[in-house]
Design a protein around this ligand. Structure first.
Ligand SMILES: Nc1ncnc2c1ncn2[C@@H]1O[C@H](COP(=O)(O)OP(=O)(O)OP(=O)(O)O)[C@@H](O)[C@H]1O
Length: 552
């Protein structure tokens, strides 16, 4: 991706903030004008006060210089603060944009990328793009304006010396071009290595008990070190190239400055130039070269940022598996009739469900069984529309799912996933995650139904106890997540292995105390729980093999 393409891709996100960038540029221009005036006053001071040793000629230009410096400082402070603020606003907006997109992606997207790498894309890469889109744009305007202003002043002072100064511009451009290729490659490797390091840290710390129990800590350290070596190689390689670029530019600048001074000395010796004019000219060079140099550096920064753009673009190119209809069917009340009508589904070419039929009536309790990997959890994911089936139709209360809004659908169905997810916060915030407006009575009711109330009340702060990964046992966490699911109080309940990790007695109590009104689909491997179901659907059976389960 070229700088231009990368810029065009993310520039639209600055909409609404561009007036601030214009204001920043105005400040930058005003500050540059102040600097120019200050340099001219410096020349005036040299010629009239310094050379003639006249204190009387000192006060007025000195006062004007001080005034200009104060105005320049105020404008500089305001402009730089505004530039920083608007840059950070862009980062915030871009991160929200990418995060919002990522949140809509289907589960298999998250299996394709390592979590740490995604985290890095949402943090480091987002900031690198800010550099390209906002900071570099402001930097470019600022550098170009300074170059134009200082060059005009330099030409006005002495056009021939100014011309000599400009020999540097094509040399700088050429140098930046030579260096941009390697710097871009190193930047890309560094971003990838950053992602890998975050991934290793996240994976290792996430499985710390396993690592310690299996004596794998040295192996994990080696794994981190391998990524760290790759990162260091890229980072040092990039820094070396940047440093080399800086030093080459420095030598080129010195060459030009010496040329100008030599010519100036020649002119003074022939009485064609005053010392003040030469000093002013040299001061202009001191001001002119930094923006000239920063034009080259901006090119390198932007080139490095394109590596981040490519990584973010990969994420943004991933498409959500499902979308909302333009005019969703409004269901005033959902009764909970679920139908799978000749549904087929495959994950990347591998068939999981073929012509699957299932109808569950409102309030019915169906158990889904079958060997591991047969597709039970996939049925749950299809019902929540994480994916759409390849063929067939799934309906809720007779309405095909694609005709319902995804939000409305997920408001009507609660999934208790196989994995236990605990969020940072207290027991209460965890319980109310799916129903933030639940009353105290409802919270306690759900906890009681999930056999969680008694252990919650024995915690130091009861429902307000802050949860850490070690506050609760595996079985207690399972009951807490079940209470969270029950508290949503939806017409359809999908419970994926809710009793794993529970003792037999608690497991049976839990299933028996499930609310009667919602439609319940329970996925389980536990044959002793089948007796509570109205029907058992075995996914190994060719079509819909329904067994009258009561009394099994
Ligand atoms: N995101 C995915 N990408 C590719 N294949 C997947 C994905 N999710 C599941 N599968 C595959 O689809 C098949 C069905 O998976 P599913 O999780 O539905 O099985 P299951 O019956 O619920 O298994 P278990 O009882 O072990 O939980 C498995 O072979 C699994 O490897």
């Amino acid at each position: 991706m070229t700088i231009r393409q990368a810029f065009a891709r993310f520039w639209p996100l600055t909409r609404g903030d561009r007036r601030w960038y214009v204001l920043v540029c105005c400040c930058v221009i005003a500050a540059a004008v102040c600097e120019t005036v200050a340099i001219l006053l410096f020349g005036n001071l040299t010629d009239h006060a310094l050379e003639q040793g006249s204190l009387a000629a000192f006060w007025s230009p000195a006062g004007a210089w001080l005034g200009v410096a104060v105005v320049g400082a105020i404008i500089g402070y305001f402009g730089n603060s505004l530039a920083f603020w608007s840059g950070e606003r862009f980062v915030r907006r871009l991160r929200a944009h990418v995060f919002g997109h990522v949140q809509e992606l289907p589960p298999d997207f998250f299996q394709r990328y390592r979590r740490g790498d995604l985290v890095e894309r949402l943090s480091g890469d987002v900031e690198a793009i800010e550099q390209l889109v906002v900071s570099s744009t402001i930097g470019l305007v600022s550098a170009m304006f300074r170059v134009v202003l200082f060059s005009a002043a330099a030409f006005w002072l002495r056009w021939d010396l100014a011309l000599l100064t400009f020999v540097l511009a094509p040399l700088l451009w050429l140098t930046a071009k030579v260096f941009s290729g390697p710097i871009r490659r190193f930047a890309r490797s560094e971003r990838v290595a950053d992602g890998a390091i975050t991934s290793v840290l996240e994976e290792s710390l996430g499985a710390i008990e396993l690592t310690q129990a299996y004596n794998r800590t040295p192996a994990e350290e080696q794994r981190l070190d391998r990524e760290a070596v790759a990162w260091m190689r890229a980072s040092v390689g990039g820094a070396r190239r940047s440093e080399l670029y800086e030093q080459v530019v420095e030598v080129l600048e010195t060459l030009c400055v010496l040329g100008v001074i030599g010519l100036g000395v020649w002119e003074i010796s022939h009485g064609r130039m005053t010392l003040g004019a030469l000093l002013s000219f040299a001061a202009f060079l001191g001001y002119l070269y930094p923006p000239l140099r920063s034009l080259g550096e901006l090119n390198l920064t932007a080139t490095a940022a394109t590596a981040a753009t490519e990584r973010l673009e990969e994420v943004l190119a991933a498409r959500a598996a499902v979308s909302d209809p333009e005019h969703p069917v409004e269901l005033a009340q959902v009764h909970g009739r679920v139908e799978f009508d000749r549904v087929s589904f495959r994950y990347r070419g591998a068939d999981v469900l073929t012509d699957f039929d299932l109808t569950v009536e409102p309030g019915e309790f169906v158990v889904l069984t079958g060997p591991s990997g047969i597709g039970k959890s996939t049925v749950a994911k299809l019902l929540l529309r994480f994916y759409d089936p390849a063929a067939g139709q799934i309906r809720l209360d007779g309405v095909p799912l694609p005709e319902l809004g995804v939000h409305r659908l997920r408001e009507s169905i609660t999934l208790l996933p196989q994995q236990t997810h605990i969020l940072p916060g207290t027991v209460r915030t965890n319980l109310t995650y799916g129903n933030p407006n639940a009353t105290e009575e409802e919270i306690v009711g759900a906890a009681q139904a999930a056999q969680a109330h008694s252990f919650i009340t024995s915690l130091p702060d009861g429902y307000d106890t802050r949860l850490t990964p070690t506050t609760l046992s595996g079985g207690q966490l399972k009951r807490l997540t079940l209470a969270r699911a029950l508290l949503r109080n939806t017409p359809v309940l999908l419970l994926d292995e809710p009793t794993t990790g529970l003792d037999l007695h608690t497991a049976h109590q839990l299933i028996q105390s499930l609310p009667t009104t919602p439609t319940k689909i329970l996925i389980t491997h536990d044959p002793t729980l089948l007796q509570y179901a109205d029907r058992v659907v075995d996914l190994t059976a060719p079509l819909e093999l329904l067994t009258a389960a009561r009394g099994l």
